[in-house]
Design a binder for this molecule. Structure first.
Ligand SMILES: [Zn+2]
Length: 253
């Protein structure tokens, strides 16, 4: 038997839950390296990264991005869930970050730019000290993807400001990066990350049509049940020591 106000009450309860439930944090990183030259602020030192992982293990619940996406949909996300992601697919994700992720058993998703595998990004060619800095090769990417902790997602073909491109070019960036990575890895690619955080309603619709299941933006917010799964917000931890990171994390959790 349904009372007249039951539907409105249910809707209100859902709204309250989504408004006040704490949700989960998705953290975005680029590089784990001692910064010789870091004009874009992309580096967290290996020492600080280890301290941040130690904090995550103590005060949070590290989960994989696919677990978060499923948990948001089904309402089964553990409290204090935190997801790690890496954008651009730098070699130091394999050399510096992965051994630490393994030591602390923290999963992560690595978003790679399909046309830049094994190459240097244009923004690194500007800083002379970064002339040795490059992205993962296909072979190195496969090694990472073969581990239990790492998922690979796509970060476009050429890292453009996606939403500013004509629709046809956006589609190529979105669809071809998925196809190329799936060919290299021999497994499905479910996640996308918008280069420069650039996205629009039309861009998100293309990401959905291309067969991705979820996508990360660069907007700073907590991911909640009500979040658009094609625009999952992220925070970008800086080169903080454990103490600073823990203070920051506890505020959001
Ligand atoms: Zn990027």
């Amino acid at each position: 038997m349904r009372t007249p106000g039951a539907k409105a009450l249910r809707q209100t309860a859902r709204w309250l839950r989504s408004r006040f439930s704490r949700g989960a944090l998705i953290l975005g990183y680029h590089r784990v390296a001692e910064a010789g030259s870091d004009p874009h602020g992309l580096c967290v030192s290996p020492g600080h990264f280890a301290e941040q992982l130690d904090v995550l293990r103590r005060v949070a619940r590290p989960v994989a991005l696919h677990e978060l996406a499923r948990g948001l949909q089904t309402g089964t996300l553990p409290r204090r869930a935190v997801v790690l992601t890496f954008d651009d697919g730098y070699l130091d994700v394999l050399q510096q970050a992965y051994p630490l992720l393994e030591a602390y058993q923290v999963p992560a998703t690595v978003f790679v730019v399909s046309d830049y595998l094994g190459r240097q990004f244009w923004w690194d060619t500007i800083a002379e000290e970064n002339s040795q800095v490059r992205s993962l090769t296909s072979e190195e990417l496969c090694r990472l993807a073969g581990t239990a902790l790492i998922d690979v997602g796509a970060h476009s073909v050429s890292h453009p400001t996606l939403a500013a491109l004509p629709a046809g070019e956006q589609w190529i960036e979105i669809e071809e990066s998925k196809a190329k990575l799936e060919e290299i890895l021999g497994q499905a690619v479910h996640a996308f990350s918008y280069p420069h955080g650039s996205t629009s309603a039309a861009t998100r619709e293309m990401v959905r049509s291309a067969g991705y299941d979820y996508a990360c933006s660069s907007a700073n917010d907590v991911a909640r049940a009500a979040s658009d799964r094609f625009e999952l917000p992220r925070f970008w931890p800086q080169d903080w020591n454990g103490e600073t990171f823990e203070r920051w994390l506890r505020w959001w959790l």
